[in-house]
Design a protein around this ligand. Structure first.
Ligand SMILES: Nc1ncnc2c1ncn2[C@@H]1O[C@H](COP(=O)(O)OP(=O)(O)OP(=O)(O)O)[C@@H](O)[C@H]1O
Ligand SMILES: O=P(O)(O)OC[C@H]1O[C@H](OP(=O)(O)OP(=O)(O)O)[C@H](O)[C@@H]1O
Ligand SMILES: [Mg+2]
Length: 281
């Protein structure tokens, strides 16, 4: 049986469970259920803290896991990414009181609070900066106000948490993160992983693409197909109307309204967009 680790709480938990549900795996009944045996799909789901997931997978106790790329790097565990999952996007950044620091070198001889010590230590040593790292469990943004640190290094998504305490980011982003599927480094794929990956890719594609159908005059087909090239090439079928054809193609969800406008301009009509429920490409 494939053994899969899923975040049980926090920023990635709900989205990870939605992805598994859309990929056809058995959801857990309530948040207190820590292990789900999904006989129909030949896998066991273990609900664990996101920070611990890379550790379990690195030890080989679990075959694959869902965690954040930043947590993977922070853990230092011997794990590698199989695929990005398209949710839980964030940046990992330095921040301090507005205007107090402008670049990472300003941290020399100062204190930086973080919950990501492994990630920050690696960055500071790569940058040749000698700062004291203060390890906190969470809510690190408050550490400056309370006099425990001169700067913080933390996850930033919307920036609201920083703004609320009057902090500003400085320097280059330390890294960009999102949820990823991970496995132990340099192990051949466990049986069942390929199927999981295909299912996850199906969910990612179904979210990223829509299906577009439209009718167009034969003489404009090439121009239309340049706008909607599809995956392998769009389906073009005859219409029961002289000189017209029907076209069907997958189109990126982002920007699909612009594509509809452009198709309309070149004479396409009956342009329909439908969501893709599931797919294997
Ligand atoms: N506001 C956010 N938006 C998007 N992703 C986030 C956000 N906060 C954290 N993450 C991502 O989620 C993962 C961390 O999850 P989470 O914050 O739930 O863990 P934690 O901080 O260790 O746990 P907790 O917050 O329960 O103490 C990281 O990969 C991080 O990049
Ligand atoms: O840029 P924003 O959209 O404001 O999001 C970033 C905040 O979200 C996370 O906090 P979380 O809720 O996980 O609490 P924590 O600090 O205790 O981990 C992160 O640690 C930041 O504090
Ligand atoms: Mg957190």
């Amino acid at each position: 049986m494939l053994r899969l680790a899923v975040p049980n709480k926090g920023a990635l938990s709900e989205a990870a469970q939605n992805m598994l549900k859309e990929a056809g795996y058995r959801p857990r009944r309530d948040s207190k259920e820590l292990v789900v045996v999904d006989e129909a799909n030949g896998c066991e789901l273990f609900f664990l803290r996101p920070r611990d997931i890379a550790v379990y997978v690195g030890e080989g106790t679990l075959d694959v896991g869902i965690t954040g790329r930043d947590m993977l790097i922070d853990s230092g565990a011997p794990v590698e990414e199989i695929m990005p999952l398209g949710f839980g996007g964030s940046t990992f950044r330095l921040a301090t009181t507005a205007g107090a620091m402008t670049c990472v070198d300003d941290l020399n001889g100062r204190r930086v609070a973080t919950s990501y010590v492994g990630l920050l230590d690696k960055y500071l040593s790569d940058q040749g900066v000698d700062a004291r790292v203060i390890k906190l469990d969470g809510a690190v943004e408050t550490a400056i106000r309370l006099g425990v640190a001169d700067a913080v290094a933390d996850v930033v998504e919307t920036g609201t948490t920083l703004r609320n305490v009057g902090l500003e980011v400085f320097g280059e982003p330390i890294m960009r993160s999102e949820a990823v599927l991970i496995k132990q480094q340099s192990t051949p794929g466990t049986p069942g992983v390929d199927q999981l990956v295909r299912r996850f890719q199906g969910v990612v594609h179904a979210r990223d693409f829509v299906m577009m159908d439209y009718d167009i005059r034969v003489e404009s087909v090439e121009e239309a197909i340049a706008l909607t090239p599809g995956m392998e090439g769009p389906t073009v079928s005859p219409l029961h109307r002289e000189g017209w054809v029907a076209v069907r193609a997958m189109v990126r969800r982002k920007g699909h309204q612009q594509v509809m406008d452009q198709l309309w301009e070149i004479g396409a009509r009956a342009i329909l967009v439908t969501a893709i429920y599931a797919c294997r490409l």
